[in-house]
Design a protein around this ligand. Structure first.
Ligand code: DAH
Length: 358
């Protein structure tokens, strides 16, 4: 092998050893650079005759072209490799399973609330919302339960460190009953003309729109065990008009329970009780006639005919306006509907429990 051929071979071998473009450029300089081997060979021709220069020059050129070709080849190979690495790094594995979107859902008690609202709405009841931090007057006094009345101890109440206008601290409402008076005031204001017209008509033929409302929401008491939680839910109901009786309460509540539990196989019992804001008062118990709970009486609500003092506090004449109210426990209804025996499960926030209702 002549000297030029072996030079080309050496260049090819050097280029092949270059693992990165920078290495390759260094290798190139050794052969094709200003002080490179090819340049040296060219310079070495100075002493040759014209004919010798021609043939030697042509041979060197052939070698130079071969080296350049090898260089370009290697350049392309390195660029291809680099692209390959980059593509591999950025590769998408379309066969990987997608990231699943975790679907949220309604809390079981929220489901019950929505159910209660839907059923009572279908019976012509409005749905109202009210404050959870309440004045003493709304939570108690307006409901015929004045300061120092023994009935106040029925509800072990949380108080807030801020006094209301009456100098008595605000409370975390222990029941939704304050919404009776709040809503009545709103209703009378909204229909002021109708109430004035009704009051002005001595014949009694002119009537103002009846109050028919439910008020679901959060309530609070100093209470905590398997069936009581310091925060729980209630849903108040009120139907007040000129001719609304206990009979209507029985019909409405029986209808509600049967619709809620999707069963006609259920009876109600109105058990005499006491609440300051109703007279007479009754605890409402239900009894399933079949199924796992059959035969047991289960308390679901307090109720009664609205006390004249409460009607008066609404701004209405108790000689003319009469009706009933009830307060039920949506948490209790949820436990009965789904067969849950510990109320605390609803408020622990454990998704293993809650996701079963989705
Ligand atoms: N507020 C009562 C309680 O928390 C429940 C209740 C009883 C509400 C009788 C009423 C009612 O509206 O008429 O125990």
């Amino acid at each position: 092998m002549n000297e030029l051929d072996s030079l080309v071979d050496t260049a090819r071998a050097d280029f092949a050893l270059a693992k990165a473009p920078a290495d390759l450029e260094n290798a190139k300089a050794r052969f094709l650079g200003k002080a490179g081997r090819i340049t040296e060979l060219m310079k070495g021709m100075a002493a040759l005759s014209v004919d010798e220069k021609k043939s030697r020059g042509a041979a060197i050129n052939v070698a130079k072209q071969a080296i350049e070709a090898a260089l370009n080849h290697r350049r392309q190979a390195l660029a291809d490799e680099e692209l390959e690495v980059q593509l591999r790094a950025e590769a998408l594995d379309v066969t990987l399973p997608g990231r699943r979107r975790v679907g949220g859902g309604l809390h079981p008690v929220s489901r019950t609330m929505e159910r209660i609202e839907a059923i009572f709405s279908s019976m012509g009841f409005d749905v109202a919302d009210g404050p959870e931090v309440e004045s003493d007057w709304h939570s108690f006094t307006s409901l015929n339960n004045p300061p120092n009345h023994p009935a106040r101890s029925m509800q072990d109440t949380f108080y807030v460190d801020i006094d209301g206008e009456d100098g008595i601290p605000y409370n975390l409402r222990p029941h939704t009953s304050p919404m009776q008076v709040r809503y009545a005031h709103q209703h009378i204001k909204k229909h002021a003309a109708a109430f004035e017209a009704a009051a002005a008509d001595a014949t009694g033929a002119t009537r103002a729109p009846e109050i028919r409302v439910i008020a679901p929401g959060r309530t609070y008491r100093v209470d905590s065990d398997a069936t009581h939680s310091p925060m729980f839910h209630q849903c108040e109901g009120l139907w007040l008009g000129e001719n609304v009786s206990f009979k209507d309460l029985k019909v409405v509540f029986t209808d509600f329970c049967r619709t809620f539990f999707e069963s006609d196989d259920l009876v109600l019992r109105f058990r005499p009780s006491f609440f300051p804001f109703t007279e007479p008062s009754a605890e409402i118990d239900i009894q399933f006639q079949s199924g796992p709970l059959a035969g047991r009486w289960l308390e679901v609500a307090g109720s009664g005919q609205v006390h004249p003092n409460v009607v008066r506090n609404m701004g209405l004449d108790p000689e003319r306006y009469i009706g009933f109210a009830f307060g039920m426990g949506p948490d209790r209804l949820t436990m009965l509907r789904y067969g849950v025996n510990d109320l605390r499960l609803f408020f622990d926030g454990d998704l293993r429990f809650l996701s079963q209702f989705q």
